[in-house]
Design a binder for this molecule. Structure first.
Ligand SMILES: NC(=O)c1ccc[n+]([C@@H]2O[C@H](COP(=O)([O-])OP(=O)(O)OC[C@H]3O[C@@H](n4cnc5c(N)ncnc54)[C@H](O)[C@@H]3O)[C@@H](O)[C@H]2O)c1
Length: 354
């Protein structure tokens, strides 16, 4: 078991990573024996995982709310459903929510926890690779609105994150690959150890070997927690976590958020951003090829050619990475460090997307 800490001051929390069962005593000491617990999960999370989680909890008052799986559940109506349930169960400020699922469940549970009675405790137990390495850490919570994805939300840290690689055994291939897209991002934006591990072990990663999974999850979280602890409200350095996201989000939007996972879109976005980094003279052709080869060694899709600048432009102009009317890009340099810049030649975007 590895323990990593994130957050500052009163909103500090620990992230426990294991290849086996969740740590029962850590979980229960955070929940309290007498408190009410509401587990929020979705219909895609295998029932055996939910059953196992319930068996670990000592409290006599454990309830479960199952949302429909999929992005559509990150909505006002699901939010209302959760809040109504909390009133029905007469939750007070000492009671606890558990987000048990992927990023969808994590984001809406965190948002509900941040608003109910002006804030109650919540625990993240992520069950997808993407949620384990990304969305469960950092305290960004949100729901989607017709105006766009994640536009209503709050920065609100969980009190604990518990991760077991065992949950990943039941994850569909496309969801696993989606998470790998985010793992590889940490390798490109500064975690050289992770980059080395991925380059040496693509087969083990593809086969989901528990020990390698623990290592890559641990390294991903170390990078994420270091960055989000420095910049909790995303006013500076945290932006580099968005490497590949300007183009990735545009690809997701172009597909109406269907038929492509978040991680797969971000992976294509990272290739586009790396090409721009090369055209701008920040990395060599050798390094660009290294990035593409690494992505391809994990069996991830590298074919972004079907997305042209003319297709993605309108979605990029509504991206949150625009400040003062200027598009900011996250690019990388020859040391594999990401940086934010508004100084680039727009022609290089169309060249990367031609
Ligand atoms: N808050 C953040 O910082 C942050 C960061 C990145 C992404 N996100 C958000 O995360 C969401 C995407 O998360 P996701 O990729 O985890 O998708 P998801 O939550 O939709 O989960 C993907 C699918 O996997 C199923 N599933 C979950 N655990 C499983 C398991 N162990 N075995 C089998 N199936 C399982 C789910 O039911 C779902 O159908 C998006 O809404 C995105 O905006 C948030």
């Amino acid at each position: 078991m590895t323990i990593i800490s994130a957050g500052k001051g009163a909103s500090k929390y620990n992230i426990h990573i294991t290849g086996k069962n969740l740590p029962k005593s850590v979980l229960n000491s955070n929940l309290g024996k007498k408190n009410k617990i509401l587990i929020i999960t979705d219909s895609g999370v295998p029932k055996k995982h939910i059953k196992k989680l319930k068996e670990l909890i000592n409290s006599k008052s454990v309830h479960t709310l199952v949302l429909d799986n999929g992005e559509r559940s990150k909505s006002f109506s699901s939010f209302k459903k959760i809040i109504d349930k909390l009133f029905e169960l007469r939750f007070d400020r000492s009671d606890v929510l558990i987000a048990f699922g992927g990023g969808v469940v994590g984001d809406i549970t965190g948002f509900s926890a941040s608003t109910f009675l002006r804030g109650i405790k919540y625990i993240q137990i992520p069950t997808t690779l993407l949620a384990q390495v990304d969305s469960s850490v950092g305290g960004k919570t949100a729901i989607n609105v017709p105006q766009g994805k994640n536009l209503v939300g709050a920065f609100y840290n969980p009190s604990l994150v518990l991760i077991s690689t065992e949950f990943l055994n039941t994850l569909p291939e496309s969801e696993y690959k989606s998470g790998l897209g985010e793992v590889i991002k940490y390798a490109f934006i500064g975690n050289k150890k992770l980059k080395n591990i991925i380059e040496k072990n693509p087969e083990k990663i593809i086969k989901r070997k528990s020990s390698i999974l623990q290592t890559i999850i641990e390294e991903s979280i170390k990078t994420k927690s270091k960055i989000v602890t420095k910049d909790e409200k995303e006013s500076g350095i945290r932006a580099i976590l968005n490497f590949g996201h300007t183009f990735g989000h545009a690809i997701e939007a172009k597909n109406n958020y269907k038929n492509i996972t978040h991680g797969a879109a971000i992976t294509l976005g990272m290739i586009i951003a790396s090409k721009i980094s090369f055209f701008e003279g920040h990395i060599s052709k050798y390094q660009l090829d290294n990035i593409i080869n690494m992505i391809s060694s994990l069996d991830l899709d590298i074919n972004h050619e079907k997305y042209k600048y003319s297709d993605l432009k309108k979605f990029m102009s509504t991206d949150k990475k625009i400040s003062d009317g200027k598009l900011n890009l996250i690019l990388i340099n020859e040391k594999f460090e990401a940086f934010k810049t508004a100084k680039f030649n727009y022609k290089n975007i169309s060249k990367a997307l031609s």
